[in-house]
Design a protein around this ligand. Sequence first.
Ligand code: FSX
Ligand code: SF4
Length: 347
Amino acid sequence: MKKLSRRQFLKICAASGAAAGLSQLWIPALAEAFGEAAKANLPVVWIQGSACGGCSTSFINSVHPELREILSEVLDLTFHPNLGQTAAPMDTGRNHRGKFILVIEGAIPKANKGAFNIIGEDSSGNDIPLIDVVSNLGEMAGTVVAVGTCASYGGVSAVEPNVSYSVGVENLIDPGKVINIPGCPPHPDWIVGTLGHIMLYGKPDLDDFGRPKMFYGGLIHNNCPLRQYFENSIFATKAGEKGCMLMMGCKGPIAFGDCPTRQWNGSSSWCVSGNAPCIGCTDPKFPELTMPFYQKMPEISIPGISSTADNIGKVLGVATTAGVAIHFTGSLISGRLGRKNKSKEGD
Ligand code: FSX
Ligand code: SF4
């Protein structure tokens, strides 16, 4: 069968969560495109690090396609701790060196030679720390996908004082082969769609923080259905009140993702439509930057403009390079520029 063009694939990715008609194409498109060759050449190994397990839960709750379809038609998932895939990860690594996809969920603790996360023991009864497995498999993998904000940047697992010196995957593996899928947890479409893109076309286009632009290219605030309330300065002060949730702590003005258009749980809802402010869980500095979750953001500085969070949307709305400016603003807020990771002691 004719392989989908990348353009067609991106179109299906963009619309799969939003349009029932297009979501019908998602499964056959992925299944057709991956085919037997992909299954033979690009197995996926999924390793769990230090986290809550919500990333796997999100993946398991994929609606289009369902998990059953993902496992039987889309991915050759050879190892996952919860799903019954038990092929030895190191065997996959050796047999498909330089090709296979390594998925890592959760942060990696570096302190005390990785003693904060022991995932097994060798034939002599010696502990096998997660950090060794990630380093070895990461070196063998063709592509490494960090699923969730913990695996991407440390996330909740690396909140100060971070006694375990937990870090994101890029801290251990060449960032050139790492793709970050942040979110606490990430949307299942972001995970499946990114894996699909890798198999079909290689690495997707990434932003400065290693996130695929096809899912993280837009600001939550720009597509929020409550945006008109914001423009009219109608703000809710408690749950259930009509209005933009900025005063209730919404971080939509600094968070990137397609949640408002894709929506969650089979396109039925998302945080803001569920009456909860966005907590900015896709940000490289989540959760420390975006806490307290339910308090209004402090004053925000934009290059050349001093603004408050109350009018940042209006200011950026008239900027010709709004997308760039907004992203830059996010960088300024968190005091970061460029792709980097929380670097910690404890090696
Ligand atoms: Fe972290 Fe994943 Fe948040 Fe939890 O395992 S991104 S704590 S939803 O689930 O890593
Ligand atoms: Fe929507 Fe939050 Fe922006 Fe208000 S601040 S418009 S609730 S994203």
